[in-house]
Structures are given as structure tokens and as C-alpha cells.
Design a protein around this ligand. Structure first.
Ligand code: SF4
Length: 335
């Protein structure tokens, strides 16, 4: 209920009302999701939700792997310095081979680090960490070279240098793992056109995240996703199936309702909401006119509820009825 006692309306109700008032009226008290198109739509929605969620999962995995690279690189540096320090002059050749191997690994690591930087925008802190890793490895090897000509314990030296190379292999493995995760996250970001924005909210049937609600307006809704662009929360609605030439009125009404919910929840109106079709994406400007339109439609719906009926088809398009999920038994259907 709204603060004034009026019935609560969902963003989904607004979408149905926008499609055809009779569609909304006939949906009251029934459950959605029975038709084959709806089932397929739900399946696609879950697929999109899983991919969007996957972005966060892969980026977290990449960060964890990068931390492991740090540990492995530092350990390798320490072990290498000790190992090389124990080499005798007779083993200089082995030392040189191991140093070359180590250098190849370092070069590979630097290359991967560079690649990682070009894949996605990373925080400055992370960049500094990577630079430290590279410099610590190089510094360690140089130190190792310098001390490797001293005469000490050769067998202990060989074992430790072998261990150091092993650590470097480990570090590189984590780098590759990190890059793979970043690649997956990057291609999912590209596919869903979410740029670098954080995705703090993804709707899914399985997890049923928070229901946004405005007591003031008696409005509720769960957008498919919310992007955090700077300080504003931008709702995203994903529409599966055919891609229309332009955004449909019913979808505009729904995304406007989500924008209103974002404004109420976070105290800042988003500049736009996003409607995403399979082959097109539209940023719908959220302004005073759109806000008034949502509130106006909600008033119309509440008036209809108060009088207990009198809701009719508001179009003359047979094609719309042909694609309507509630055409079975509809007294005003045109197809
Ligand atoms: S069949 Fe046509 S008139 Fe009936 S609810 Fe659907 S769109 Fe409206």
C-alpha cells in the first residue's frame, strides 16, 4: 500500500498497462509464466542474469589471482637470491641458464601485465602492485647474479634456485589465470554493453534480490540490473525476443518506474534508464515529464481498481492482440 492507503502497483503492472490496459486488468490475481514464450523469456533472463553475475565473479577471481602472483613473485625473488648466493664458480654455467629461464618468465610476466592493463581499466592501486611485482623480481635476479660468483654450498644453491624457478612458474600460472578471468569478464561487459560500471544489483529467479519499493508512491519493482555509474544508479531492463524498431511505450513506462524507484531508494534521480533488446539498446532520458507520466498512469490504474472495472482495449492493432499473452478468452481481442 502507498502511504495514503492506495494499492501498491509494480513496475511489471505498469508494463502490462502500457501494452494494453485490458492485459493488465486480466492479469490481476493470476500468475505469469505459463505460456511457452514466457518460459523461454524467463530462461533467457536467467541466462543474462548469470552472465552479469559472472562479471563480478571473474573480476574477483582475477584480483585473487593477482594477489597470488604477488606472493609467488616475492617468494621466488627471496629463494633465488639465496640460491644463487650459494653457487660456486664451477656452477656459473648452470646459474646463467637458470637466470635466462627466470628472465624469460619475467618477460612473459611483464607482457601479461601489460596485456592485463589494456584489457580493462584497473584501479591505480592494482597498477602500483604490479609494478612492484615486476621490479621486485628483476631486482632479485640482478642481486642473484651479483652474488652467484661467491664460493659457498653448490648443492643447496642448486636446490634453492630450482625452487625459485618453480615459484616463478607458479606466479606466471596465476597471471594466466587472472588474465583468463579478466577476458571472460571483459567479453561479458562488451556483450551486455555495461562499460566499466559496477553492477551492484542483478535480478534472478533463483536469488530473488531486494525488491525496490517506494512507500510514498506505492510502487515496487525489480529491474534486471542496476549499474553504478559514478554516483548514480542506472536501472537496466533486458527484453528478450524480437527487437523492435524503437523502444516500446510499455517498456519505456516500465524503465521510467525503475528510475523513479532508484530516485526514491538512493535520493538521486538517474539521468536515464536502459532498455536492452537483443539487437539494440536504448538510453531513455529520465526527466520530469517521464516521472509525471508514470505517476499519471498509476493514478489511472488506481481509479480503475477503485471502480472495480471499466478497463478496455486502448488500441486498434490486431498485431498487438496476436502477440498478447492474454488473448485467450479476451472479450475485446482483435486477433
Ligand atoms: S488480446 Fe488485445 S485487447 Fe485483449 S488484452 Fe490482449 S492486447 Fe488487449
Amino acid at each position: 500500500m502507498a502511504s495514503g492507503g492506495a494499492p501498491t502497483i509494480s513496475a511489471g503492472d505498469l508494463e502490462k498497462y502500457g501494452y494494453c490496459p485490458l492485459n493488465w486488468w486480466r492479469s490481476l490475481g493470476t500468475s505469469d509464466g505459463l505460456g511457452p514464450e514466457t518460459v523461454e523469456g524467463e530462461r533467457r533472463h536467467e541466462e543474462v542474469a548469470a552472465e552479469l553475475k559472472g562479471i563480478e565473479v571473474h573480476e574477483i577471481r582475477a584480483k585473487e589471482s593477482e594477489r597470488m602472483v604477488m606472493y609467488f613473485a616475492v617468494a621466488a625473488t627471496i629463494v633465488a637470491v639465496f640460491g644463487m648466493a650459494f653457487f660456486t664458480p664451477a656452477s656459473v654455467q648452470i646459474t646463467q641458464i637458470l637466470i635466462i629461464v627466470a628472465l624469460i618468465w619475467i618477460l612473459a610476466a611483464v607482457f601479461f601485465l601489460y596485456r592485463a592493463e589494456t584489457l580493462v581499466t584497473r584501479e591505480q592501486k592494482l597498477y602500483a602492485e604490479r609494478t612492484i611485482v615486476v621490479f621486485s623480481i628483476v631486482a632479485g635476479i640482478i642481486a642473484g647474479v651479483a652474488v652467484s660468483f661467491r664460493e659457498t654450498d653448490p648443492s643447496l644453491a642448486q636446490a634453492t634456485v630450482g625452487a625459485a624457478v618453480g615459484w616463478l612458474v607458479g606466479a606466471s600460472w596465476f597471471l594466466v589465470r587472472s588474465l583468463k578471468s579478466l577476458e571472460v569478464a571483459r567479453s561479458a561487459r562488451e556483450k551486455h554493453r555495461v562499460g566499466d560500471a559496477a553492477i551492484p544489483y542483478v535480478d534472478s529467479e533463483v536469488e530473488k534480490p531486494k525488491l525496490f519499493a517506494s512507500k510514498r508512491h506505492g510502487l515496487t519493482g525489480r529491474p534486471d540490473a542496476v549499474l553504478l555509474a559514478g554516483e548514480v544508479h542506472v536501472p537496466v531492463e533486458v527484453k528478450t525476443g524480437r527487437t523492435p524498431r524503437g523502444p516500446l511505450f510499455s517498456h519505456i513506462l516500465q524503465i521510467a518506474a525503475y528510475c523513479l524507484l532508484m530516485e526514491e531508494e538512493f535520493g538521486k534521480p538517474p539521468p536515464y534508464g536502459i532498455i536492452r533488446y537483443d539487437r539494440a539498446s536504448h538510453e531513455i532520458e529520465y526527466n520530469d515529464d517521464l516521472r509525471k507520466m508514470v505517476l499519471g498512469k498509476m493514478d489511472e490504474m488506481r481509479t480503475a481498481l477503485a471502480r472495480g472495472g471499466g478497463v478496455h482495449r486502448n488500441h486498434n492493432r490486431p498485431g498487438k492482440c496476436a502477440g498478447c499473452s492474454r488473448r485467450e478468452g479476451c472479450p475485446e481481442r482483435l486477433a
